[in-house]
Write a protein that binds this ligand. Structure first.
Ligand code: NAP
Length: 319
């Protein structure tokens, strides 16, 4: 019987159907991640490995799992997996695109609004007893309606964010490696070079994957091009923004604010300098975290694993 190992405790309703056909083992905890050596040990003779985005699946691990046929990742991003090594070893990698697009776009917009209107800062003030009177300029933020939105990475989620921006009468600029002429006409957004996007946007939203090309794509120089009144929103991956440069830019009021759902190290350490700044709105990587979407993502992983172990081609193959 083929063996499956799941690196995080998932709802039994999702896992049960797999147990009827395969030998399934699962990490005991929902909150505590497995460490690298544990995965290596627990998964050593498995045919399918079901991972979450915080698991590092590098060449060494892949080469240590001789029976492995598929790695199915509970995320659309797959920067935690060495896909080249998987390809070389004939191991398929699958992800969960599409099903999380609208949910992540909702969260992106929520973070943009929260950052612009200082929502979390305002709530913290109330709870800390700082609401003493109505004050003319207290907690004043930036308007979203009618502002210019710049999306770096106009893919599935980027387009879904741009559709939401229409309701806020925003001008939408975008930057990709390739232009999307049809979508530009349909949705009324404009392609610009990265420099122009940074110079002209009131809100810069990052929605590219983390790749060698996008790593530290936003650093001192790029932040230096942004308006002093602008905000940077990152819902993609932490490594895309150079956090030290972002801290400097926010501290020195080079830019006005940032909204971050992702960090270079996750969970973000409590002593991280960015957490000391009032003009940073932070979230713990919850882009796709609606009940419906998370369960749908898991169903996609389960189906891909079942397909591969039964000799069929899975959907959503990365390699
Ligand atoms: P997607 O449809 O593949 O879109 C990614 C976009 O990024 C594409 O339009 C791509 O266009 C562009 N891109 C890639 N490399 C680029 C580069 N070097 N410079 C400029 N643009 C580049 O992916 P998606 O489903 O929208 O997801 C996007 C990312 O969001 C994921 O990879 C994931 O890391 C992140 N995400 C985060 C959460 C969360 O919980 N925070 C949830 C879901 C997804 P070109 O190829 O034409 O450049």
């Amino acid at each position: 019987m083929d063996k499956i190992f799941i690196t995080r405790k998932l709802p039994e309703e999702i896992v049960q159907p797999l147990r009827e056909k395969f030998e399934v083992n699962m990490w005991h905890s929902e909150e505590t991640p497995m460490d690298y050596e544990d995965i290596k040990k627990e998964a050593k003779d498995v045919h399918a490995l079901w991972t979450v985005l915080s698991d590092k699946v590098d060449r060494e691990l892949i080469e240590n799992l001789p029976n492995l046929k598929i790695i199915s990742n509970l995320a659309v991003g797959f920067n935690n997996i060495d896909v080249e090594a998987a390809k070389e070893k004939g191991v398929m990698v699958t992800n969960t695109p599409g099903v999380l697009t609208e949910t992540t776009a909702d969260l992106t917009f929520a973070l943009l609004l929260a950052t612009a209107r200082r929502i979390t800062e305002a709530e913290q003030d109330i709870r800390a007893g700082k609401w003493k009177s109505w004050t003319p300029m207290q907690l004043t933020g930036m308007d979203v309606f009618g502002a210019t939105l710049g999306i770096i990475g106009m893919g599935r989620i980027g387009e879904a964010v741009a559709r939401r921006a229409k309701g806020f009468n925003m001008k939408v600029l975008y930057h990709n490696r390739t232009r999307k002429l049809e979508a530009e006409q349909q949705n009324n957004f404009t392609y610009v070079e990265l420099e122009t996007l940074l110079q002209e946007s009131d809100f810069v939203v990052i929605l590219t994957p983390l790749t060698p090309e996008t790593k530290r794509m936003i650093g001192k120089k790029e932040l230096g091009l942004m308006k002093e009144t602008s905000a940077l929103i990152n819902v993609a991956r932490g490594g895309i923004v150079d956090e030290q440069s972002l801290y400097d830019a926010l501290l020195n009021k080079r830019i006005w604010a940032a909204g971050l759902d992702v960090f270079e190290t996750e969970p973000v350490p409590l002593d991280h300098p960015l957490l000391t700044l009032p003009n940073v709105t932070v979230l713990p990587h919850i882009g796709s975290a609606s009940i419906h979407t998370r369960l749908a993502m898991m169903q996609i992983n389960a189906k891909a694993i079942e397909n591969v172990l039964e000799g069929q081609e899975p959907d959503n193959r990365v390699v």
